[in-house]
Design a protein around this ligand. Structure first.
Ligand SMILES: [Mg+2]
Length: 242
């Protein structure tokens, strides 16, 4: 008897490495430029990261739409002389396509998800505006076929930590919150969302380097491989009311 009937995951920086996926796509654009490079990839990558972070800031401020993030970044890189004459619109599309089709799984993600999928139900609850793109990333990376349910905020407009997005996954699975473990990297959307939905939470903190003081009862893992033990741990017996 497993402790949970389902393990549900956040996607970015939990099952897929977001920054690594963008960097792989950036490398592809660098290799795809028409002229021979006048500078090394490390310089291009550093410029991309700096400009792209600024573009993400504009997106967060609401001044750049989600679908325009790559375009705005590459227009800026072109203006700074990094594209060697390559059309920034072409560079943005090239980057976007590569990002969608070659997203990088977190270490152990495919192996652990396959293991869990054989033992219990699995799914994702993801905050991602462009739902079709997120589904394609999950399919292309090989994760989708190991998932029983994929709930993506872009379809409904409801985002974590709203418990309604977790309820949608529970409805698909026919399960109660107490039967599920939610795994994610964000305390603001994943931990708070799981708590709002009544699910146990496991914090995957590979991308968080700050020291962590375990002041709460949540599970904390550094590697997805640790999930196997957690899911198979014996159920905690109910404490009787006195
Ligand atoms: Mg995340």
């Amino acid at each position: 008897m497993h402790r949970y009937d389902a393990v549900l995951f956040d996607v970015d920086d939990t099952l897929l490495d977001f920054d690594a996926s963008e960097e792989v796509a950036c490398r592809h654009v660098f290799d795809d430029r028409t002229d021979s490079p006048a500078f090394p990839f490390a310089l291009f990558a550093a410029a991309f990261r700096s400009v792209h972070n600024a573009t993400w800031g504009l997106y967060m401020a609401g001044t750049v739409g989600r679908a325009d993030v790559f375009r705005v970044t590459f227009e800026q890189l072109a203006a700074m002389g990094y594209l060697d004459g390559m059309d920034p619109a072409v560079a943005a599309l090239t980057c976007q396509d590569w990002f969608v089709l070659h997203s990088v799984p977190e270490p152990e993600a495919l192996r652990v998800l396959a293991l869990l999928h054989a033992r219990c139900r699995t799914g994702v609850v993801s905050n991602y505006e462009l739902a079709d793109i997120q589904r394609k990333r999950l399919a292309a990376s090989g994760l989708a076929e190991l998932l029983d349910v994929m709930v993506i905020s872009g379809d409904s407009g409801i985002e974590k930590p709203d418990p309604a997005i977790f309820d949608e996954a529970l409805h698909h699975l026919g399960l109660r919150p107490s039967q599920c473990l939610f795994v994610g990297d964000s305390l603001a959307s994943d931990a708070a969302g799981a708590r709002n939905a009544g699910m146990d939470f496991c914090w995957y903190r590979r991308h968080h380097t700050a020291p962590f003081a375990p002041t709460t009862a949540m599970n904390v893992i550094e590697s997805l491989a640790e999930l196997s033990t957690l899911v198979d741990a014996p159920d905690v017996p109910d404490v009787p009311d006195w």
